[in-house]
Design a protein around this ligand. Structure first.
Ligand code: ZN
Length: 185
């Protein structure tokens, strides 16, 4: 079982837990040097994804609330560098990209579906009403903010697209980190 470690990750919105295999060392090193097809697909998607990401952040930020003092402490502990700039927006439906290719990719990976309970768009955290009081979902999204702060926004988005393409959502190391640090349900 050396390369087949079973890990339990609970999705933020589904009621159950899913069992996923940890990425193997080979898979992890492939993420650092993706095949040509993946590199070219991501190079094409990245500018569209980045534009949509920033546009949505600018539109939604004025509608959001700031973090509470407790949440600011959590954000700092998780590595968010400017927690005072974070905004939390509660929406029944999360925005989807207009670009057809980006929309198809987003849907393929579960964005816009019922199961999506939280999402981060830059410094804006989107929550569905049913998870508004869930510290776990908020922590999960704060981990993604910390990842962006650690890597830089463009590098984070590029890496996230590569991971989705090569590993899928459930086995993406950026997602696995967020699940590991989000705490118990
Ligand atoms: Zn996530």
């Amino acid at each position: 079982m050396r390369f087949n470690v079973v890990l339990l990750a609970c999705t933020m919105a589904l009621s159950g837990c899913m069992i996923v295999r940890n990425p193997t060392p080979q898979e992890l090193s492939a993420l650092d040097d993706p095949p040509f097809e993946v590199q070219s697909k991501v190079a094409h998607l990245l500018p569209k994804a980045e534009a949509w990401y920033s546009e949505t952040e600018i539109q939604l930020a004025p509608l959001g609330r700031s973090l509470t003092a407790d949440e600011v402490r959590t954000a700092i502990e998780l590595g968010v560098t400017e927690p005072e700039k974070v905004r939390v927006v509660v929406l029944d439906e999360f925005p989807m990209p207009k670009d057809e290719q980006l929309l198809a990719e987003a849907k393929k990976h579960g964005l816009g579906g019922w199961a999506e309970g939280g999402r981060s768009n830059g410094r804006v955290i989107l929550l569905k009403p049913r998870v508004t009081h869930s510290p776990v979902v908020l922590r999960h999204e704060l981990v993604h903010l910390a990842q962006q702060d650690r890597m830089g926004r463009t590098a984070f988005l590029r890496r996230y697209l590569i991971e989705l393409e090569m590993m899928g959502y459930a086995r993406s190391p950026l997602e696995l980190e967020a699940y590991a640090k989000q705490g118990a349900r």
